[in-house]
Design a protein around this ligand. Structure first.
Ligand code: GLA
Length: 405
């Protein structure tokens, strides 16, 4: 800090009027210089702060609400030069992502609620949440590890969905600020929702320019199964701006996992060639969603896992969405082997959003990067087993940009 210590130092009762005037002038001049220098430093500091903020994103924290059992829920705001993302500790959920369209108009491109109450009252959409311990379904809520059969809650058509009745989406995570982001931690005790092992999960969100990166890391003290993902619903035209059926999707995947009528993978990995599941070239989502296709009928639209090219653990593109209206583009990259493209088929308009708009069918889409659904019962799928002493890491990045007309 700049300091100036000369002011008034020589003034005493013995000095004459002239000296006093001189001193006053000197003092004023010094103040002006001090002011100029201070301003210069303020500018330098502000400029360097802005540069750091633009690169890494500035982070602020506030209280979002309180759960019925008295837990405080905090919300972190991550800001970069291109994106503002808000993430709360209830379910480690993404609450909003604001970014500009091709004309610079800002909109919130994820579905959600304006207050905690909306999230607490909604047990079925998983808006913005980290889902776990097991994202998507486990057939009949049972699986075996080393010959021992485990039972987890059945909460969806006779199957276990998204970790059970009290999954990671409905728990308050511990959080602390990290460079350009926030890290959320949850310790799930041995036997939680029927799953073996005390599981420690860290989910770190960080923002760099247009990219919101999610780093997952999990470890256990007993062999278990785990499949974490993020269940954000995107609508690149903005939350409440109609459906996603006019948005264009690319999924660089040659195969997908078809499902039985209860949305459990059959185990086959057919080619997408010649089916409405072929998104290898950018295709309007609504173009084939009503085709008479058995798989689309079963799910009421798209709600399937695509097998991504490249190896499990290596970064790869999982999806690209383009909204021709706004020009916004979302690119999803991941180290996971699959992505669940869910076209918001179960949204039924009964739930109200941030501005009071209702979330109608297809008003948002999810791109849940993941291991395949029901992997514990399909030994041929990439394994979701996690053993003591191992730490499994995975990374998914949502990058926002715009495309000219
Ligand atoms: C996932 C599932 C869907 C549905 C949603 C939540 O995407 O695959 O079937 O359960 O979550 O409503």
């Amino acid at each position: 800090m700049l300091t100036y210590s000369g002011e008034g130092r020589d003034i005493s009762t013995k000095v004459g009027v002239k000296t006093l005037v001189q001193n006053a002038e000197l003092s004023m001049r010094a103040k002006r210089i001090e002011g100029k220098l201070t301003m210069r430093w303020v500018k330098v500091i502000l400029l360097s702060m802005t540069t750091v903020m633009a690169a890494h994103g500035a982070v602020t924290k506030a209280v979002f609400g309180t759960t019925p059992d008295g837990k405080t829920v905090d919300i972190y705001t991550l800001k970069s030069d291109l994106v503002e993302a808000r993430i709360m500790t209830y379910g480690a959920r993404i609450v909003s992502i604001k970014t500009a369209d091709r004309n610079g108009k800002i909109a919130d491109v994820v579905l959600g609620y304006s207050a905690l109450d909306g999230y607490l009252a909604d047990s079925s959409t998983y808006f913005g949440a980290v889902v776990g311990r097991y994202g998507n379904r486990i057939a009949n809520g049972s699986f075996k590890i080393d010959g021992h059969e485990y039972h987890v809650p059945i909460n969806n058509n006779g199957q276990s969905l998204h970790g059970g009745l009290l999954g990671f989406d409905k728990l308050v995570w511990q959080a602390h600020e990290v460079a350009g982001g926030v890290e959320m931690t949850l310790v799930s005790p041995d036997g939680d929702q029927g799953y073996p092992g005390k599981l420690t999960a860290h989910v770190r969100y960080s923002l760099l320019h247009g990219a919101l990166r999610i780093d997952y890391s999990v470890s256990t003290d007993k062999t278990t199964v785990v499949n974490l993902t993020n269940h954000t619903y995107f609508n690149l035209a903005g939350d409440g701006a109609g459906t996603i059926l006019g948005e264009e999707l690319t999924l660089p995947a040659d195969h997908y996992t078809p499902v039985t009528p209860v949305l459990i993978p059959t185990g086959e990995l057919p080619s997408v060639e010649g089916t409405p599941f072929d998104f290898r070239k950018s295709t309007v989502i609504g173009a084939r969603i009503h085709d008479s296709n058995e798989q689309l009928k079963i799910a009421g639209g798209y709600d399937h896992n695509w097998v991504l090219r490249g190896n499990n653990g290596e970064p790869k593109t999982a999806a690209r969405v383009y909204d021709p209206q706004s020009g916004r583009v979302l690119t999803v990259t991941t180290t996971e082997p699959g992505v669940q493209f869910y076209s918001g088929n179960f949204l039924d308009g009964t739930k109200f959003g941030k501005a009071g708009e209702s979330h109608v069918k297809n008003s948002g889409l999810c791109l849940e990067t993941q291991h395949f659904p029901d992997s514990p019962n399909h030994p041929s799928f990439p394994t979701t087993l996690l053993k003591p002493g191992e730490t499994r890491h995975s990374t998914t990045t949502f990058t926002f940009s715009t495309h000219a007309k």
